[in-house]
Write a protein that binds this ligand. Structure first.
Ligand code: FES
Length: 323
């Protein structure tokens, strides 16, 4: 965890769908919590696990008295969601980071939000903010059935009428949301935000490409079934990057991307989305082992010999890049 930590009390635990619970966290002394933006997450120290998991905040970012996260219990996951469901109780204290935002809501004339499963959490926070500020927005939420639709009562309430469209596929994606049709039109200045399982993100990415959405207006956040941000599941460590052409060695500190470090040292690499989804910054790796943190490679087998330098990091202490 690189940001400041907070010790928060679990004030409420609420079932919000089959296998999904929300956890409301408040300060122990009644003080206001640090601000957060829509799309932000907390790194949560999961009890009994000796590890961190990332959970997006799903309440309105205008609230300062609480943070609300939601966790889907995954019996086959790495244990984080099971521990949250089985070992966290009202009144417990959890150690969390201050909110971190890797999925910011940027200004647009209108917004299309597409969520799948537990990926609804950051988009719900965005939807609340957009509705409160009078923005033009629409949310398409894909889930297997009504029972697994998190926050269904809220999403079908009059306050979201006409904005929220629920899509239940009964387990057959062919019966779900037709993303190609949905993305075949777009208003000028529309931004697209998508968070959900890899199959949905792949379909959305392909439909956006097909319909020539500008990549700087398309934003993804990857989630595992547990509701943790898949791209940031391990703490970041420093590593070195060597440029093959000159032998120059650059240090990539935690919290900085390879792309960022290359730029700082005047090395030009083309980029576009800078979120690991478009493939523009693909760079050949001559030595070392990259750690892929992108969503682009979910449609293409991730070779160890290439990496997207805007988000991916290193498993080895050193990488030699073909630059
Ligand atoms: S700039 Fe889009 S994947 Fe790196």
């Amino acid at each position: 965890m690189t940001t400041k930590t907070l010790r928060l009390r679990v004030a409420r635990i609420t079932p919000v769908a089959e296998g999904i619970r929300s956890f409301e966290l408040v300060s122990r002394d009644g003080r206001a919590l640090p601000d957060f933006e829509a799309g932000a997450h907390l790194d949560v120290q999961v009890p009994t696990l000796n590890g961190m998991r990332q959970y997006s905040l799903c309440n309105d970012p205008g609230e300062t008295h609480r943070y609300v996260i939601a966790v889907q219990r995954d019996a086959n996951g790495r244990g984080g969601s099971r521990a949250m469901h089985d070992h966290v109780h009202v009144g417990d204290t959890l150690t969390v980071s201050e909110p971190v935002n890797d999925f910011p809501l940027l200004y647009a004339r209108s917004y299309v939000l597409i969520a799948g499963g537990i990926g609804i959490t950051p988009l719900l926070s965005m939807a609340r903010l957009l509705e409160r500020t009078g923005a033009e927005w629409v949310l398409h939420y894909c889930a297997r059935d009504a029972g697994r639709t998190a926050f269904r009562e809220l999403l079908t309430s009059p306050s979201f009428a006409g904005r929220v469209h629920l899509h239940h596929d009964g387990g057959d994606p062919a019966k779900g949301l037709d993303v190609r049709a949905l993305l075949s039109t777009r208003g000028p200045g529309t931004r697209l935000y998508c968070c959900g399982p890899s199959g949905l993100m792949k379909a959305v990415r392909e439909a956006a490409l097909l319909n020539r959405w500008p990549w700087e207006k398309v934003h993804f956040e990857a989630f595992t079934a547990e509701g943790t941000a898949a791209t940031h599941s391990t703490p970041e460590e420093d590593f070195e990057v060597t440029l093959r052409s000159t032998g120059q060695v650059l240090r990539v500190p935690a919290g900085k991307s390879v792309l960022n470090v290359l730029r700082t040292h005047g090395v030009k690499v083309e980029s576009d989305c800078e979120a690991g989804s478009c493939g523009t910054c693909l760079t050949r790796v001559c030595e070392g082992t990259p750690e892929h943190r992108d969503t682009f490679f979910q449609t293409e087998p991730a070779g160890e010999a290439r990496m997207l330098v805007c988000v991916s990091r290193a498993r080895s202490k050193r990488l030699v890049l073909d630059l």
